[in-house]
Design a protein around this ligand. Structure first.
Ligand SMILES: Cc1cc2nc3c(=O)[nH]c(=O)nc-3n(C[C@H](O)[C@H](O)[C@H](O)COP(=O)(O)OP(=O)(O)OC[C@H]3O[C@@H](n4cnc5c(N)ncnc54)[C@H](O)[C@@H]3O)c2cc1C
Length: 410
């Protein structure tokens, strides 16, 4: 035998705390979120009463998310997001869309900025607030190096002035805190960009058009217009000194910390994947129940291999996606580098599984799957965004292909 290894140390079992949180969130998803899902999908508005309920019980709060991040296994937030999205993905994004901005502040902010701004992203239990993270622009989606929004510094007044238009922004214009990525030196592409926090009520930031969407319709998506938006020097995340050093290194062609920021976003992908997983599981469970009740040709439709095998594939894909999501969440929490882009793998596979599983669920329900009286069509519409936002499936494949080959694949 080689060395000494402790047999039985490895476990895929959730611990007591995780099981308790999972059950608590599941109850909220079952009793509060799911019954409201159809109404908010139709209304296409931010479900404030549900955000307020989530805040009241402490589910939407700085403490809850901070405790989730503190779980050394990394699984808690993945479990929470899967259960919430099992209830409804649109409402989940309305509640947890703010965490994108939180990650942006955590990744780039100084300890003082983290202490000042992150609690403001959530507000209080009585008066919850939302936050937005604005990178995408009309001409810069997958290619974030080509942002046109400019941030110009005035040394005399120690202020930054931001101008530009952001698009597809979750909570854009209705958030209290906006984290905006802008170019401070366009000649340096992505390495000439910086993140800024824009606080509530800042002049020069306004909402442009609100988008009408295929799915996740309870989540607000809009343009954010920055017109001569002046903010104090302290709004630059990470501070001016760190930015100047980073720009100087970039000009000399040296590697910079921007790689670290990318790694942080890679680390948030398993959470997005876990939401896709929740939608897939909802559709699978519904289709399984339905197939065991619906009869045609004098027998239950599940007795046909044509239907039962679909369900077997759905269950297998969901479990495979969950294993990828949990592995990536665990690696991120334990700071194990994603040397094969395991974060991207988890988001890619979970997103595509959600699309495939929800489509098969419609097929299993036949006409009942296609009508709005049943929830399956909504899950299908909601699933599709998971192959688009937070990096499209093509971009995830690009990241994985580059990581495994070390070749600069285009
Ligand atoms: C509902 C919703 C919410 C969103 N929320 C936010 C948010 O909160 N904050 C934010 O900043 N952004 C947000 N986004 C933007 C989202 O991240 C972008 O839509 C996404 O990155 C894709 O950019 P794009 O839409 O411009 O597509 P494009 O980049 O124009 O891509 C079009 C197609 O080309 C493919 N493609 C592009 N480049 C390559 C390549 N090199 N190789 C192969 N294929 C390629 C893409 O995969 C895609 O299929 C949101 C979008 C939506 C729809």
């Amino acid at each position: 035998m080689r060395g000494s290894f402790a047999v039985g140390e490895f476990s895929l079992q959730l611990n007591e705390d995780q099981l308790g949180i999972k059950q608590w969130v599941h109850d909220f998803a079952e009793k509060v979120i799911r019954p409201a899902a159809s109404e908010w999908d139709e209304r296409e508005e931010t479900p404030w009463p549900i955000i307020q309920e989530a805040a009241k019980i402490g589910l939407y709060s700085f403490d809850f998310i901070a405790n989730g991040y503190a779980d050394p296994t990394g699984l808690t937030l993945a479990l929470v997001n899967e259960e919430m999205a099992w209830g409804d993905a649109g409402i989940t994004l309305a509640i947890f869309g703010s965490t994108l901005a939180v990650v942006g502040i955590m990744a780039n902010g100084t300890p003082e900025q983290i202490g000042e701004w992150i609690p403001q992203c959530f507000g209080s239990a009585d008066s919850p607030q939302l936050a937005a993270f604005a990178v995408s622009e009309p001409d810069a989606g997958s290619d974030v190096s080509s942002l046109r929004t400019r941030a110009v510094y005035d040394e005399v007044s120690d202020t930054w002035t931001l101008d530009g238009t952001k698009t597809w922004i979750t909570n854009g214009g209705i958030a209290g805190v906006h984290v905006v990525v802008a170019s401070v030196d366009p000649s340096l592409g992505a390495r000439g960009q910086a993140s800024f926090v824009i606080g509530p009520g800042t002049k020069g930031l306004s909402m442009g058009q609100k988008f009408k969407k295929l799915g996740i319709r309870a989540s607000h998506t809009a343009e954010v217009v920055l017109d001569n938006c002046r903010i104090p020097g302290s709004a630059l995340l990470g501070g001016k000194e760190a930015l100047d050093e980073r720009l100087a290194r970039a000009k000399e062609g040296k590697r910079s910390q921007s790689q670290a920021a990318m790694a942080t976003f890679e680390a948030s992908r398993p959470i997005v994947g876990s939401q896709a997983l929740g939608i897939a599981r909802a559709a699978y469970e519904f289709a399984l129940d339905y197939a065991k009740q619906r009869s045609q040709f004098g027998r239950l439709i599940i007795e046909n291999q044509g239907i039962a095998f679909k369900l077997a594939d759905m269950a297998t894909k969901i479990d495979a996606a969950r294993l990828l999501v949990h592995r990536a969440a665990w690696m991120a929490a334990n700071k194990i580098p994603f040397d094969a882009a395991q974060g991207s793998m988890s988001k890619l596979f979970a997103g595509e599984t959600a699309v495939k599983v929800t489509e098969e669920a419609i097929q299993i329900l036949g006409g009942y799957g296609y009508v709005r009286e049943y929830p399956v069509q909504r899950w299908y519409r909601d699933a599709k965004i998971y192959t688009i936002f937070e990096g499209t499936s093509e971009i995830q494949r690009l990241i994985i292909a580059r990581a495994i080959s070390k070749v600069h694949i285009r």
